[in-house]
Design a protein around this ligand. Structure first.
Ligand SMILES: [Fe+2]
Length: 350
């Protein structure tokens, strides 16, 4: 990627407006009901096990590619961070959380964040963890395009499309309200509101019922490592490990197969709730989404990506099964790899 590409992508990969920090996001009662659903409906898979079947797919979503001479497995990359879903595709799976999901206040926030007329709740996820090791790589959330969405396409493809900047006119506007409850150390949130070459900002403690309105699919961000470094080890953690609430002990247990490999006291846990809405500038945009007159197809997407790679002089064979072709996915990652060049600890350039 040359300097012109970087400059162009630094303009594209930034949110429509600066993130808005919120305090007291949910009521105590809503928090208690969400936590209760998490306790009663586990165990929950790791975030990566929710979304990725191969290392290539995982790396296409973060950054940097996969070293050719080093045979990493998903077990090598497993982290003790778990995910579940309260709602997907505008359907709330738990009636007791419908007031949290169909949230008029959040819809107001997201409409005004975009300066748009309409919005609808789209998804609601939670991330759950205690102290654990995690990297410092920033990422973008799955980007939604008309026709290419989480419901029909893998996350890595959505992200490659987002980072390529080739499909911006098909972008579905989105905004999220992301809220944390955490009493332990570290576990802050770092984000790049001025693009990957701009200075990052950190959402600081206290992180109890504290939220931020963001456009996370177009703004690099990361959850900073949770807990003290000396309490982050989880020996025996695997891609297939799960976490669940243990009523008998009143604690949270990570298990690999049936063996408990780590327990956390309730006060060690961090809960993050990720609410996401689709936003429509006006009625025309609502209709365009509803009637699918402006939808991309995967065939068109792969054609455009291949043509762009060929135009850049990149040698890549036409894949027969592009969704699962490891060489093709590696080529896409290498071509459209961009990540922040700054960090909050990095001094401003003179
Ligand atoms: Fe994210």
């Amino acid at each position: 990627m040359n300097d012109d590409d970087l400059t162009r992508l630094n303009e594209i990969l930034r949110p429509v407006a600066r993130p808005q920090v919120l305090d007291g996001v949910y009521s105590d009662d809503q928090h208690a009901r969400m936590l209760d659903v998490v306790k009663r409906n586990g165990p929950w898979k790791t975030i990566t096990a929710n979304h990725f079947d191969t290392v290539e797919e995982l790396m296409a979503t973060s950054n940097g590619g996969v070293p050719d001479n080093f045979d990493l497995t998903l077990d090598d990359m497993a982290t003790g961070h778990f995910r579940g879903r309260f709602a997907e595709d505008s359907v709330c799976y738990y009636t007791e959380l419908e007031d949290c999901f169909f949230n008029t206040h959040f819809l107001d926030l997201t409409r005004s964040y975009w300066g748009a007329q309409y919005a609808r709740p789209q998804r609601m996820l939670f991330n759950l963890c205690g102290p654990h090791h995690s990297g410092l790589n920033a990422h973008l959330d799955a980007v939604t395009f008309r026709g290419i969405r989480i419901e029909n396409s893998p996350v890595w493809l959505q992200n490659v499309m987002g980072r390529s900047g080739l499909f911006t006119e098909h972008l579905v506007k989105m905004a999220q309200v992301i809220t944390r409850w955490y009493l332990g150390e570290n576990g802050t949130f770092t984000y790049w509101p001025d693009g990957p070459a701009g200075q990052p900002v950190r959402l600081e403690h206290p992180l109890w019922n504290k939220g931020v309105v963001v456009q996370n699919e177009m703004m690099f961000h990361r959850g900073d490592p949770v807990g003290r470094p000396d309490e982050r080890d989880i020996p025996g953690l695997r891609h297939r490990s799960v976490i669940g609430y243990d009523t008998e002990h009143d604690d949270w247990a990570i298990t690999t197969d049936v063996e408990v490999i780590r327990r956390y006291r309730p006060e060690e846990m961090r809960l993050l709730v990720h609410w996401s809405a689709e936003v429509f500038q006006d009625l025309d945009e609502v209709k365009k989404n509803m009637d699918h007159s402006d939808d991309l197809t995967q065939d068109v997407v792969f054609e455009r990506l291949l043509a762009d790679m060929h135009a850049r002089g990149i040698e890549v064979d036409d894949p027969s099964d592009p969704l699962h072709d490891r060489d093709f996915i590696r080529a896409l990652v290498a071509t459209y790899s961009i990540k922040p060049t700054t960090d909050w600890a990095t001094p401003n350039a003179a």
